[in-house]
Design a protein. Sequence first.
Length: 375
Amino acid sequence: MIALRAARLFDGRHEHADAVLLIEDGRIRGITADAPPGVPVEELHEDAILAPGFIDLQVNGGGGIMFNDETSADGLAHIAAAHARAGTTSILPTLISTDRAHMARALEAVREALANDVPGIAGLHLEGPFITSARRGIHPLDKVATFTPHDLDMLRAAFPAPMLVTLAPDMVAADDIAALVAAGIVVFAGHTDASWEQARAGFAAGIRGATHLFNAMPPMMGRTPGMVGAVLDDGHAYAGIIVDGHHVHAAALRVALNALGAERLFLVSDAMATAASEVTGFMLAGERISLHDGKLTNDDDTLAGAHLTMAEAVRNLVAMTGADWTTALRMATATPAECMGMNDRGVIALGARADLVVLDDDLQVLEVWQEGRRI
């Protein structure tokens, strides 16, 4: 058994002062005032924060590679390891709009990674290709596709982990959305021109939230609230948000946080190949993507994902909104886990995975633990 004492322990929802965390066989065995007799206690850094490892539901790449380019279990292991070193212990590798054969390879790659217990791989996120072409962002136009019965059959085939599918409710019928949801898939709206009415119909069919709120969707207007207004008004919808200082203005962040709270708004990195690496550019579907001043764009200055890790997003949220550190950490841990039904991740609780991050006062990562092992 391992016992770690922290001046501050955040369990995903609440802070505990001067607590001892017990770990055995890669799982949390309890939070106590002291360790059982005979179990040595390791004192963490003075004033350190011990928290659940970060969970990122939108990771396109990292460590110098893209999932779209390295669609294999080995590629997934490389991306997950790069993000783990930055405090993100669970990811949903995210496939950007592509053809059906490539989607099938992604499904198989994640199945293989899960079968081989590749650390950090928690499921799969398919971002597109069933999106609105006018809101595709950096997604290749020739890969945007119409949803078919074959797609429904492929996606609702047995899958051993959580799956998130981002689609446009103005392009996919409510009956098809409901069928995906009935198969256990979490559906988010994104890259969409949906009206408020179309968004509401999508929510009624089972859409759980929105992908990178505010981005790749029309702005909210007084007479046309659209997808943004539908999410903020819903009362139940989740939303991921990119907090890199480029995708969303600080005032919009505050509006979203006030409307949704840390219980429904969560951080995503939308990380590309440059994240957690020294790489400064890469190719995406034949387009050159370059990093300048922390911002990734193509040659037309279109945003192309983010050069971001979850640890940076946590610090950015605090700096940009004035939120306290517990709010920011919840948005990187318990909330995304709850959204995806990952009951043993994102929290420090009895029986949960011992995926942990140790932070200093400035929310810089000092240590990372994955399944009870310091990495």
